[in-house]
Design a binder for this molecule. Structure first.
Ligand SMILES: [Fe+2]
Length: 203
């Protein structure tokens, strides 16, 4: 399930209801958790993934006006993975919502609200996140560099990043964390805090 880090407040949130409330109040995002246990057969192909989650996908289409859905599947062996990530790990926004349901793997969204501190939300299997059009954000993969996600679009052609040049993303370490990390580091500075060592510092 998703968890949030708010570096400026040295605060984390990992209760699903609290995560949903925070992202919605802070930046208008939608967070939901969908059941995944036992729903997908091992090695399911993209059409099977879409069929399995059809009820949820259709509900989102009705709610958000989305027209198409696909499955993105990337891993360490994906050709051009670094170039692909380089498009999305810098602060940007889109002309339409960025809708992702994570089927497998994990990723880290950083959100820069119009008002209030930057926060990071780590997503993994079962997490649905909708980042509204125009929201400044950036994305990175976690250490295993693997994610499989359902994407929904109004117009895939309109999903082009618009970049911002103030370099805020470089102040935040692209570090993923998990329940074990949170338990082991309770009270200590959290992953995702502004990176020591200057721009582009990495762990
Ligand atoms: Fe994006």
């Amino acid at each position: 399930m998703a968890s949030i880090s708010i570096p400026a407040q040295k605060r984390t949130i990992d209760d699903p209801g609290a995560v949903a409330a925070y992202v919605n109040e802070a930046a208008g995002l939608t967070y939901e958790w969908w059941p995944v246990e036992g729903r997908l057969p091992q090695g399911a192909d993209a059409p099977t993934v879409l069929k399995t989650y059809e009820p949820e996908i259709e509900r989102l289409k009705r709610m958000g006006g989305y027209v198409t859905a696909d499955v993105i599947d990337v891993g360490p062996q994906t050709p051009g993975l670094d170039a692909m990530l380089a498009k999305f790990n810098k602060e940007h926004s889109h002309a339409e919502d960025e809708v992702r349901f994570i089927v497998d793997g994990a990723g880290l969204f950083f959100i820069r609200p119009a008002v209030g501190p930057v926060f990071a939300i780590q997503v993994s299997a079962g997490d649905l996140l909708t980042v509204p059009a125009g929201t400044r954000h950036w994305f990175d993969l976690c250490a295993d560099r693997r994610i499989r996600a359902i994407r929904l679009f109004i117009d895939p052609g309109g999903w082009t990043p618009q970049y911002y040049d103030d370099g805020v993303h470089a102040e935040y370490a692209p570090v993923c964390w998990g329940p074990r990390y949170l338990a082991a580091n309770a009270g200590a500075p959290k992953a995702g805090t502004p990176a020591a060592g200057g721009p582009n510092a990495r762990p």
